[in-house]
Design a protein around this ligand. Structure first.
Ligand code: BDR
Ligand code: CA
Length: 317
């Protein structure tokens, strides 16, 4: 039986890769997509999600738009890391359909979908955590009804990517992250500690560009801008596999080593958005979550590439 899945996302180039990865995985049954502000404004993330579903020929799946700003602070000024449109400057025309209207928007859709199938639905979030926090506020029975929650976010034992200590998804709404971590649901964090170890090279991009599947064709169009941004802003000639790693965790947790530990989300001052791990339990009581601390990146990338249609060994050594 495929795993029923909800994806909360802010597409975003790596979000697009995550969504296409999920759609290409028969072990997963995507029930819908909710979108949040983040890489671009929420109206644009919803449009982008619709475009990605169109590229994958899945116009049947609902996209529900959610939060346009953080819970308790003004939004951070936007960058162009993922292109002006969030999809590698494709500048696509408006999608053929509009986002679905749902009572309570994305938080309502998340709560209703999870509660309709108690104990079954996996919730994956790869953007700021505002929709999840609002879903929790709306439906206190949510933590007991979800199967598992997998989040791309945080930098526990490595530098941040938006400040020296903060990862972008947590930084964009630290108050929401604090609520989501404290909800007492089965939560796994797939953060920069593992995603920065799982990088695609220009050779990978070249190999993907030779594959004739809808997912590979779409990624070939958007990935160059992401690679250029990593070159420009991070002096790296590779792209980390952030959001697809959360999908990989849902597909096969054995790709990762996981440690359970208390965590604290800083919301004040220059360290706002930092997720502090407290493995020695010196500040307890703090919420305890599962944190991915290691990854078999070769196996993860092999699985991702296979799902895009790459033949084993098609990448140059
Ligand atoms: C995360 O931030 C966003 O820019 C990416 O889409 C990813 O979800 C990485 O820090
Ligand atoms: Ca994202």
């Amino acid at each position: 039986m495929p795993l029923p899945l909800l994806l909360d996302t802010d597409p975003g180039i790596d979000d697009a890769m995550a969504l296409l990865f999920a759609l290409a995985s028969p072990e997963l049954e995507l029930l819908g997509v909710t979108t949040v502000f983040g890489n671009v404004p929420v109206e644009q993330t919803a449009r982008n999600a619709l475009h990605i579903l169109d590229a994958a020929a899945r116009p049947d799946l609902p996209v529900v738009a959610g939060a346009s700003q953080p819970l308790a602070r003004p939004p951070w000024p936007r960058g162009k890391f993922h292109g002006v449109d969030g999809l590698g400057n494709l500048n696509l025309p408006p999608p053929a359909r509009s986002p679905a209207q749902w009572p309570g928007g994305a938080p309502g859709f998340i709560a209703d979908t999870v509660l309709a199938r108690p104990g079954e639905v996996t919730l994956i979030a790869v953007g700021p955590l505002t929709n999840l926090a609002q879903a929790l506020q709306r439906q206190p029975r949510l933590p007991g009804a979800v199967r598992q929650v997998v989040l791309m976010g945080g930098a526990m034992f490595c530098p941040g990517n938006i400040t020296p200590v903060a990862e972008a998804n947590i930084f964009h709404d630290p108050e929401a992250a604090r609520q989501v971590f404290a909800a007492g649901w089965p939560l796994t964090l797939v953060g920069l500690d593992v995603t920065m170890q799982t990088c695609q090279t220009p050779d990978d991009l070249e190999a993907i560009s030779r594959v004739d599947t809808p997912a590979a064709r779409f990624i070939t169009r958007i990935l160059p801008v992401y690679l250029e941004s990593y070159r420009t802003y991070h002096n790296m000639d590779v792209v980390p596999t952030h959001d697809p790693s959360a999908i990989a965790f849902a597909l096969d947790p054995s790709l990762f080593s996981v440690q359970r530990m208390p965590v604290y989300v800083e919301t004040e001052g220059r360290c706002a958005g930092q997720v502090v791990a407290d493995p020695r339990r010196q500040w307890s009581p703090l919420p305890e979550i599962d944190v991915c601390t290691g990854v078999d990146s070769r196996r993860l990338l092999a699985r991702f590439h296979a799902r895009l249609g790459l033949q084993a060994g098609s990448r140059r050594a």
